[in-house]
Design a protein around this ligand. Structure first.
Ligand code: GLU
Length: 438
């Protein structure tokens, strides 16, 4: 039998990472098995399922490279079929009508639970069961004639020939109901796999407050789709052998349901940034530069006078410090701005310290005479100055760094000097001495 999975989001305007993780697992599993991955839009809540909300789902899938087979099935188009099945269940005596609560608003259709315990083997959680007493009858068609989630969900999965339902933990309780419906309808149930909850560092359900919770937010922050994909795939699944940084193809090759854990999985922003940095490295400098530039343009940090070669050199110089495209503009803006601001604390600590400005003047003289002006030559020149003046390198490095960048943090000083070039460095030292040198 060929494998068929589906992603069945209810469009709300945002795609939570817990939901997209389910999509990723369904996709990986189908692709690994050579099966099909289908899309069903559960759009019966017409107030929330606006065209824009549906577009958000489609964009998130496309961005992450989660291609689906065939056309999406819109649940709202299946209403007649849902109601037909409700009629069949009524006819079989597996459902009954009732004016719930005697409100006089009309009758609902209620599914009758079989009155015995229900158990099933979850592909992730193992054997699960529930006592008959805890399984209550439930509404499948509201008094206004609209089908309820449980009915649409099960009927559509049958229509679509779904063989494996991989979804969040929060649906475990529903699955007992759904299994009873499969039996009453007379359709073989799919395999169910319920994924562990995503929690924050405190073990609480992961939410917006923990950083970013929606796919769109990660995208806006500058995460690479392959890094988010990789990170989310590892939230509950591991390929073994401590493998972590992987391509989509490697994950497809390695993905099996028996390596999905049932314990809650922790999403950690630090780890995510690390993962992004790893995938960024695989992209090559040109692509990184293009991404950084686009992020700077979006944030209004780009200036048209930035020379492409200088920009590329800065990107290379920042190296692994750039974990997100947005980091370059945020952390290295001073490279491009001759009026860069001075960080007050660094100025106090590094420049206005006893003797620091005298040291800066000595460095000015040494660098002025230096030719060529490279990483190695600036390094050697400052070491020589340290030697002749009997000072530690730290005393020399810190004031100079603040003088040329306005801040105490950044890439290696000598790399930075070489990238900036002599003219720019000398101009910046002069500016600093004019401002603070008295
Ligand atoms: N629309 C449901 C949800 O997003 C579908 C659950 C399922 O995958 O069956 O939670």
């Amino acid at each position: 039998m060929s494998i068929r999975t589906r992603f069945a989001p209810s469009p709300t305007g945002n795609v939570h990472i817990g939901n997209i993780r389910a999509a990723i697992y369904n996709w990986l599993f189908s692709r690994h098995e050579g099966g099909e991955f289908l899309l069903r839009i559960e759009d019966t809540d017409l107030e929330r399922s606006t065209p824009a909300a549906v577009r958000t789902v489609l964009e998130s899938l496309a961005w992450l490279g989660l291609d689906y087979d065939g056309e999406p099935l819109y649940q709202s188009t299946q209403r007649e079929k849902h109601l037909e099945v409700a009629e069949q269940l009524l006819a079989k005596g597996a459902a009954y009508k009732e004016d719930k609560g005697g409100t006089g608003r009309g009758e609902c259709v209620i599914f009758k639970m079989p009155g015995r315990d229900i158990s099933f083997r979850d592909a992730v959680k193992g054997e699960l069961s529930k006592k008959a007493d805890d399984l209550k009858d439930f509404v499948i068609v509201r008094s206004d004639g609209s089908p309820v989630f449980h009915l649409g969900n099960v009927v559509d999965d049958i229509t679509m020939g779904i063989t494996h339902v991989i979804r969040g933990d929060d649906h475990v309780e529903n699955t007992f109901k759904h299994l009873a419906m499969y039996e009453a309808i007379g359709a073989p149930p799919p395999v169910f796999a319920h994924l562990p909850m995503i929690v924050n560092a405190q073990g609480k359900p992961y939410s917006k407050r923990d950083g970013a919770a929606y796919v769109g937010e990660f995208r806006e922050k500058g995460f690479l789709p392959e890094a988010l994909f990789n990170s989310l795939a590892l939230l509950g699944w591991s390929p073994g052998e401590d493998r972590e940084v992987m391509t989509r193809e490697e994950m497809v090759a390695a993905f099996t349901l028996d390596r999905v854990r049932s314990a809650p999985s922790q999403l950690d922003m630090t780890k995510l940034l690390w993962m992004n940095g790893e995938h960024l490295k695989r992209r090559g400098l040109d692509e990184i530069a293009a991404g950084c530039r686009a992020a700077m343009e979006r944030k209004g940090q780009w200036r048209d006078d930035i020379a492409p070669a200088y920009f590329a050199a800065v990107v290379a110089c920042m190296g692994e410090r750039v974990k997100l495209f947005g980091d370059l503009g945020d952390q290295a803006g001073f490279f491009f701005d001759e009026d860069f601001p001075y960080d007050e604390k660094s100025v106090r600590k590094r420049l206005l310290k006893e003797g620091a400005l005298d040291i800066l003047r000595e460095e000015q003289a040494v660098l002025e005479a230096l030719e060529p002006f490279t990483t190695e030559s600036t390094d050697a020149a400052l070491h020589a100055l340290a030697e002749t003046t009997g000072r530690g390198m730290g005393e020399l490095v810190h004031p100079l760094r603040v003088a040329v960048s306005g801040t105490g943090v950044g890439p290696g000083l000598f790399d930075m000097l070489a990238v900036m070039g002599k003219e720019r460095v000398m101009r910046r030292i002069r500016r600093t001495l004019d401002a603070y040198g008295g």
